[in-house]
Write a protein that binds this ligand. Structure first.
Ligand code: ZN
Length: 305
């Protein structure tokens, strides 16, 4: 094939693609009209391009599904009461209950979140300042206090949290009943000491740390080693025994017959298979309750509140 022919062919291909794009735009415009307002010519076009119509229709449905998932959904009072009383029965009757918590339970606290658009880490990373007054005023929410109370009453055995805000510890929940699997922004650790030495601070220790950069710039009083934060960033694997306490989390999940998830979309937690008892026969898997405004995934034995 000569150079001129190749060029002509390439040009034709470009024209064909442009025609196809134009056709899609045209069909899409017609589909956006109410059926009654379409002209006979437009209806004919839709018939002629059935495959394209189906493809566009599938895309539209997909977009709607995604939009629906992001929306916050609140049940009507009657349905809500029924679900809540079912949950209350379940909590009373549970032999071993664990609670998984996410950012949604901390939004009511006087604390900015960590990695959100106006979170502590995000602002500092952009070189903006964060008012430290906000951090020292952080107080556990009603939810945190209820969880601590349920634990004292022997109704909840363990709490696994994705939050780094340390509010579960501030609520009085004991260390051995808590797993902060993404770390705690108020705890720095000396890994040169054996066993590791923890420093629990009243201030945020992550001011100078970031992904793969965990040294806080402060040093261990005992051995002089540099301290590191305990935060597990997206894409990292947390190795610290505390405050992550994976041993405690896995042990609790193995025994759990009821799991209650609060304020988490579960996007991250569902990847940790060890937390869901999925290796048990389906009749012996834990009962699952999810309390979250956004829609979650459906699963066997699941109640969404
Ligand atoms: Zn040390």
């Amino acid at each position: 094939m000569g150079r001129a022919e190749r060029k002509a062919e390439a040009r034709e291909e470009i024209v064909r693609r442009e025609q196809h794009r134009e056709r899609r735009r045209q069909i899409s415009r017609i589909l956006h009209k109410p059926a009654t307002e379409r002209s006979p010519g437009e209806r004919q076009l839709l018939q002629n391009y059935g495959e394209l119509v189906q493809e566009l229709e599938r895309q539209r449905q997909r977009r709607e599904r995604l939009r629906g998932r992001e929306q916050e959904v609140v049940d009507g009072t009657e349905i809500l009461q029924k679900k809540v009383s079912e949950l209350a029965d379940s909590v009373r009757e549970a032999e071993h209950m664990v609670i998984y918590t996410g950012a949604g339970i901390s939004t009511a606290a006087a604390i900015p979140d960590y990695r959100g658009p106006s979170g502590v880490w995000t602002l500092l990373n952009k070189g903006q300042s964060v008012s430290t007054g906000d951090l020292s005023e952080a107080e556990p929410t009603f939810t945190h206090m209820c969880i601590a109370r349920l634990h004292r009453a022997g109704l909840v055995q363990h709490v696994v949290s994705q939050n780094c805000d340390g509010l579960h510890l501030r609520s009085g929940l004991p260390r051995d009943a808590t797993s902060e699997v993404h770390g705690n922004m108020y705890i720095e650790v000396c890994t040169s000491c054996s066993p590791h030495r923890e420093y629990v601070r009243l201030f945020d220790v992550t001011e100078r740390t970031a992904l793969h950069k965990h040294n806080t710039g402060r040093f261990c009083h005992k051995c002089g080693g540099e301290l590191r934060d305990s935060i597990v960033h997206f894409g990292e694997r947390g190795k610290l025994a505390q405050p992550l306490n994976w041993v405690g989390a896995v042990k609790a999940a193995k025994k759990a017959n009821v799991i209650l998830c609060l304020g988490s979309s579960l996007k991250i937690l569902k990847k940790y298979h060890c937390l869901w008892g999925m290796n048990r026969p389906s009749s012996r898997r834990p009962r699952l309750y999810i309390v979250n405004l956004q829609q979650n995934h459906s699963a066997q034995g699941l109640t969404k509140i």
